[in-house]
Design a protein around this ligand. Structure first.
Ligand SMILES: Cc1cc2nc3c(=O)[nH]c(=O)nc-3n(C[C@H](O)[C@H](O)[C@H](O)COP(=O)(O)OP(=O)(O)OC[C@H]3O[C@@H](n4cnc5c(N)ncnc54)[C@H](O)[C@@H]3O)c2cc1C
Length: 408
């Protein structure tokens, strides 16, 4: 009797554990989940609670599905041999491979003078790993006074961090490369509102880049392109994420609408995956969407192994939320482009592709935004539809009026 096909899942985060959860109850496949050497899988989004609050690493442990789990970092994948090489030297073969290794935080650009030295001194940090969170906590609590934090970035992590730190009485200076901080993450309408909230609460430098970082007795001194300087205890770098994967896909994997990569029987899901499909080229690095992608990739793998039906193309519908200055920013689906502010009592923005709503964001409008989740990608925007009907009626009336009456 031949043994059931082996499915390897690389990465025990949102996408990897969701894929494993789909496969765990089945007895027609063997499944192994691989995480980094020495790491207990944790929820990345909850590390905020460690950096800025009293949470313990125990509290952010990820509930794990009932499949064999190995803490042995994946070093490389040999796609022709269908083998995965682990840090311990072990090689595992696969019939299907789900890559769910997530992303890494963008570091300070290499041309920032002194950036590396300041990072080594622990004065420059991202907030992406448990170690980052512990380092930030130590710095915030170790001052014997409220801390001074410079934040470089304007996206969700930057906005949430600025909000939490200010609430706790720390002094925050926000430095944003973009003229409207967070425009890439929230879209222009939400970002403009957030920029106003930031400005009303403290110092903000917009459209500025960091040129130089020096660690001095006074703290970490960040020099901007205007030559003005910000002195702080910590420079938090929040410039977004890029996909992270083992060789040969160091910069992540491109996938089609079934989450298939361009190597046989390889799938990718979550922050590691860049999608190319009817929606264009896109990538989403949110917890619930990564989970949904992981589950979908597992279903496609089962289908390709002849063990399940075709789940169809992946379409992002999952929600995300951020609390910033007491306001709730909520989103579903594919957001981040300009979007269109919808007239009405609530602050709601529709993000569209060719007239179809593919994402919705809003401020303090969670119910309305989340209700869109299942209607995305299929329902034409109602306001567009009304506009179209009115136009059709008007042009029909105009045509009737201008059409010569046929002689009888
Ligand atoms: C501070 C912070 C706050 C956030 N808050 C929110 C939020 O409120 N809401 C939200 O929706 N999203 C939030 N996110 C984003 C969310 O955490 C990510 O989008 C989500 O974790 C992506 O899931 P993933 O499975 O792609 O990657 P991850 O969850 O990062 O999982 C990837 C896993 O792969 C492992 N791995 C990587 N390389 C290897 C290797 N070579 N071998 C073995 N294992 C490997 C990693 O250690 C990790 O366990 C936040 C992120 C951060 C950093």
């Amino acid at each position: 009797m031949t043994s059931p096909p082996q499915i390897l899942i690389l990465g025990a985060g949102a996408a990897g554990t969701a894929a494993a959860r789909v496969l765990a109850p089945r007895d027609d496949v063997r499944v192994t989940l691989l995480g980094p050497t020495g790491e207990t899988p944790y929820s990345r989004m909850l590390i905020k609670g460690i950096a800025f609050g009293p949470a313990s690493p125990e509290a952010i442990k990820l509930p794990l599905p009932d499949v064999p789990i190995s803490s042995d970092s994946v070093v490389a994948v040999a796609t022709t041999a269908r083998e995965v090489e682990l840090a311990s030297g072990t090689r595992l073969s696969y019939d299907a491979l789900v890559v769910a290794t997530g992303s890494r935080a963008r570091a300070l650009p290499v041309d920032v003078v002194g950036g590396l030295t300041a990072a080594t001194a622990g004065r420059v940090s991202a907030l992406h790993t448990l170690d980052d969170a512990r380092r930030i906590r130590e710095l915030l609590t170790g001052q014997g006074r409220r801390a001074r934090v410079a934040i470089y970035g304007g996206g969700i992590i930057a906005a949430e961090a600025a909000s939490i730190l200010r609430d706790e009485g720390h002094s925050v200076v926000l430095i944003s490369r973009s003229a409207i901080p967070g425009i890439g993450a929230f879209g222009v309408h939400v970002a403009e509102r957030m920029a106003a909230e930031h400005s009303s609460r403290g110092t903000i430098h917009v459209g500025r880049t960091v040129q130089r970082v020096d660690v001095t007795d006074a703290g970490v001194v960040t020099t901007l392109d205007t030559a003005s300087q910000v002195v702080a205890d910590l420079l938090l770098v929040a410039l977004g994420t890029t996909p992270a994967a083992p060789a040969p896909w160091i910069d992540g994997l491109d996938v089609d609408d079934r989450l298939r990569a361009d190597a046989p029987d390889v799938y990718a899901a979550g922050g590691v995956a860049t999608h190319h499909d009817a929606l264009g080229t896109w990538r989403i690095d949110h917890w619930q969407d990564a989970s949904a992608q992981g589950a979908h990739a597992a279903e496609v793998a089962l289908h390709d192994l002849g063990l399940g039906g075709d789940p169809g193309p992946y379409r992002p519908r999952s929600p995300f939320m951020a609390m910033v200055y007491g306001r709730t920013i909520a989103g579903v689906g594919l957001t981040g482009d300009g979007g269109r502010l919808v007239a009405g009592d609530e602050f709601v923005v529709h993000h569209e592709r060719q007239g179809t709503v593919v994402g919705v964001t809003g401020i303090d409008a969670v119910g309305t935004v989340y209700r869109w989740g299942q209607r995305l990608h299929t329902v034409e925007d109602a306001t567009d539809e009304i506009t179209r009907l009115v136009h059709r009626h008007e042009s029909a009336t105009t045509q009737e009026a201008s059409c010569p009456v046929s002689p009888h």
